[in-house]
Write a protein that binds this ligand. Structure first.
Ligand SMILES: Nc1ncnc2c1ncn2[C@@H]1O[C@H](COP(=O)(O)OP(=O)(O)OP(=O)(O)O)[C@@H](O)[C@H]1O
Ligand SMILES: [Mg+2]
Length: 636
């Protein structure tokens, strides 16, 4: 659900909108204000010219067309100039709005992509998407409303009031402009009563977006279950709720619109009646009657617009506030560690007081002490640079506990301690739901755990997101495929230019090259969203090809070969082992198909979030326990 309460003060909101604009665009606001002032003055010239025409020109005996022509030309010229100015204003406003939209979209995308993962688990994707689009549109509409509708209405209204006071006796002018407070009162009542409903409608629509995206994501399952009718009925029920809410809103709007027209009609009659009465008594001229009425319509015109504008304004303010709420989402904890340049880091390392891994964790496999990795302790305290050096793909966990933030009472990982020496191949096995994926998310800093985790000689918390991405490759259970070419999918995440030859080589190692070459366009073949035009195994192999391009220090495979046939899996595993030998890559592999883990140096077996066994494949197969049960398919 979106949270759309607690709006900013208008001043703060406008400051934030202003900040979305580049400097040049900020200056154009002032140009718009000048244009508005000129336009408001010009708009008063027509009623004045009509009054002049009536009193001075038409009052003359034997009026000729030539005598009228100059006044008509002035009216024409004034209107043409005013329209040209309005076009210029419109172009400046559109330019400003599109600039703001471009920046706003980019900022929102960055904000979302850096938000904590728990945010995405508690909000439906479609809901976030719909909310982002609506709030962004609302924010941009607010800019347009302000400078295309609201400000022109106000400036024209002010100019009309000034003309009315100049032309009519003060008591009459006061009576005429009473139409404004009465009209504004009605509008404010309308906005006040309808505000909640508009927010509610927006939230319901956002929920329906979420529902729709969820359904489309499961289209195959829904079809297999023949669920189209049932889902259609569910949507119908939700749409009916939405329709009822909308109708309640429209009924209220119709009532207030009625009041507004009555207000306008009453004051029109008053203006005509009083000014004609005054003219009949010689207090004002007939021309002034016309000028007064035209000025009155210039007041009611903007006033009528003001109803719509304020109405839309209130909606856009809610949306703009929601947009800035997206922009101000908390940043994921893993972005809070900054990159420290190598030099500074090494200088600082001498004064840091972090514990060395030797001090902190009792468990160390042979040959894994800080000295054995060939680095001094001071060197070992650096982050990115340390991991980037050879032989620093060691991973050590000491008393690690973890719960998902949205379910903090359920401990997913309990007192996990182990060490993985650099350049080794470690398997993680255990029943479904025991915490394997959670464990690797913790190691890649996607989730935050309690306890101590070291990569190389440095604490995991000292690694920036960039440093982790440079050194760790995680192939998740569900491969991420973008709607783009095969080439771009294999290069995805690479921070350097990658040649087609390199991509081909990576594809060959991932045993997908032959499949790709059969596709029309080969590496330029466009994949569908989520790789829907590939088989499950092909998707996995595309994701695996990425690791051969990246050659990471640490490779984490989460069921990354689960959809592959045995031959493909073996070929790819041989390539992974070759990369391990060549680059000293540390490999962590999670697999349900236990044969995948046959060549592991060590297998860690987890059950209900705890390490219950450790050993080599052969060892574990021969020892009574959960691993042997899983290998033999024994159900207990
Ligand atoms: N976001 C979450 N919030 C709360 N609990 C979660 C969340 N994600 C996973 N869990 C729970 O954490 C436990 C461990 O999940 P995890 O995905 O780590 O299991 P797994 O061992 O990888 O299972 P599988 O082999 O089926 O992939 C499960 O009980 C799961 O229900
Ligand atoms: Mg898993």
């Amino acid at each position: 659900m979106c949270v759309m309460n607690q709006n900013e003060t208008p001043k703060k909101l406008w400051r934030k909108i202003f900040d979305l604009l580049p400097q040049r665009q900020k200056l154009s606001f002032f140009l718009i204000l000048v244009i508005l002032a000129v336009s408001a003055v010009l708009s008063q010239l027509t009623p004045l010219a009509v009054g002049y025409l009536t009193d001075r020109v038409l009052a003359e005996p034997d009026v000729t067309f030539l005598a009228v022509l100059p006044v008509l030309l002035v009216i024409l010229l004034v209107n043409v100039v005013n329209e040209v100015i309005k076009v210029a204003r419109r172009l400046i406003v559109e330019d400003t709005a599109t600039q703001a939209e471009k920046n706003a979209r980019q900022r929102a995308a960055s904000s979302l992509l850096m938000a904590p993962l728990s945010y995405f688990r508690s909000h439906m994707t479609g809901n976030i998407h719909g909310r982002l689009n609506r709030s962004l549109d609302g924010t941009i509409k607010l800019i347009k409303l302000m400078f295309m509708d609201f400000a022109p209405a106000v400036t024209t209204g002010i100019a009309a009031i000034v003309t009315i006071f100049i032309q009519l006796p003060v008591p009459v002018a006061c009576l005429v402009i009473l139409v404004i407070p009465v009209g504004t009162f009605i509008v404010l009542r309308q906005i006040g009563t309808q505000k909640g409903i508009r927010v509610e409608l927006m939230e319901t629509k956002a929920d329906m977006d979420g529902m729709m995206v969820e359904l489309l994501g499961g289209i195959e399952t829904i079809r297999a279950l023949d669920g189209a009718q049932a889902e259609g009925d569910r949507i119908l029920a939700r749409s009916e709720q939405l329709r009822r809410k909308e109708m309640r809103h429209h009924r209220a709007m119709a009532f207030y619109d009625c009041l507004k027209f009555i207000n306008e009609a009453v004051f029109s009659v008053l203006v005509i009646g009083i000014s004609v009465l005054l003219a009949s008594r010689g207090r004002i001229s007939i021309g002034t009657v016309l000028t007064a009425y035209l000025c009155f319509t210039q007041l009611t015109g903007p006033l009528r617009e003001l109803h719509r504008i304020l109405d839309e304004f209130s909606e856009c303010v809610v949306l703009a506030n929601d947009y800035f709420r997206i922009l101000e989402l908390p940043v994921d904890f893993s972005y809070l560690t900054e990159d420290i340049p190598v030099k500074v880091q090494e200088e600082n390392s001498a004064v840091q007081t972090k514990k060395s891994p030797d001090e902190m964790c009792s468990e160390h496999p042979a040959g894994l002490s800080a000295n054995s990795s060939g680095h001094s302790e001071a060197e070992g305290l650096t982050g990115l640079t340390e991991l980037s050096r050879p032989q620093t793909g060691d991973i050590r966990l000491c008393n690690v506990n973890f719960s998902y933030p949205e379910k903090s009472e359920q401990r997913i990982l309990k007192n996990i301690s182990f060490s993985i020496p650099a350049g080794t191949f470690v398997g993680i096995a255990g029943p479904s739901g025991c915490g394997k994926s959670s464990l690797i998310k913790v190691i890649d800093r996607l989730e935050q755990a309690q306890g101590e985790i070291f990569l190389g000689e440095a604490e995991l918390s000292s690694f920036s997101r960039r440093a982790l991405a440079e050194n760790i490759a995680l192939v998740p259970q569900t491969p991420f495929i973008i709607a783009d070419t095969v080439y771009h999918n294999i290069c995805y995440g690479m921070k350097r230019e990658v040649s087609l030859e390199e991509v081909r080589e990576a594809a060959r190692k991932a045993n997908i090259a032959a499949d790709i070459e059969k596709l029309p366009g080969s590496y330029q073949f466009e994949l569908s969203e989520g790789g829907a035009n590939l088989s499950g195994g092909q998707r996995q192999r595309i994701a695996l090809a990425r690791i051969f391009l990246k050659k990471p220090k640490i490779l984490i495979l989460d069921e990354a070969t689960s959809a592959l046939d045995n031959t493909s899996e073996k070929l790819i595993q041989a390539q992974i082992e070759k990369m391990k030998e060549d680059c000293g890559t540390t490999v962590i592999s999670i697999a349900h198909r236990l044969s995948t883990l046959q060549n592991c140096d060590e297998i860690i077996v987890i059950d209900k979030g705890e390490i219950v066994q450790k050993g080599t494949f052969q060892n574990l197969r021969e020892t009574p326990g959960i691993f042997r049960d899983m290998a033999l398919g024994i159900v207990k």
